[in-house]
Design a protein around this ligand. Structure first.
Ligand SMILES: [Zn+2]
Length: 137
């Protein structure tokens, strides 16, 4: 038996699902969850890898389509993993030196898969947004 609790928002009694839907859509809650989620993902890279692997296993078609649509990314990733190219200890793109740990490789051009910078997740996202037009393949 599933217990359904109601929550009060002002004088309106609402369904639990609707309450949390509204709660999680608040801008301050969204901003806090984004910040804490990001921190958690950076602190738990093994767990994130596991979650991504689970997602790929549960969504084989989407995963296969992404791989078919992004062969250059797969090739670059394989070169890095097959050659055991280690990440640098710290992010090479951060404005502050030697502060944030490197967790990703960023390729400026997938045609040169062995050329990359070690960077933190924030810088990797920034570089992907700002340098995507520069890539040639
Ligand atoms: Zn960085």
């Amino acid at each position: 038996m599933v217990l359904q609790r109601d929550f009060k928002e002002g004088s309106i009694v609402m369904d639990r699902t609707e309450y949390f839907k509204q709660y999680y859509s608040r801008p301050e809650v969204k901003a806090r969850r984004k910040k804490t989620g990001k921190k958690w993902r950076e602190n738990n890279p093994e767990r994130m890898r596991e979650l991504v692997n689970n997602w790929e296993r549960e969504h084989p078609e989407k995963s296969r389509n992404w791989k078919l649509n992004n062969p250059e990314k797969i090739k670059a990733e394989k070169i890095v993993t097959n050659h055991h190219i280690p990440l640098g200890e710290f992010c090479e793109a951060c404005p502050e030196d030697d502060v944030r740990s490197a967790v990703d490789h960023h390729h400026f051009d997938y045609a040169y898969a062995e050329q990359f910078v070690s960077c933190c997740r924030a810088c990797h996202n920034f570089l992907n947004r700002t340098t995507s037009e520069v890539r040639t393949c």
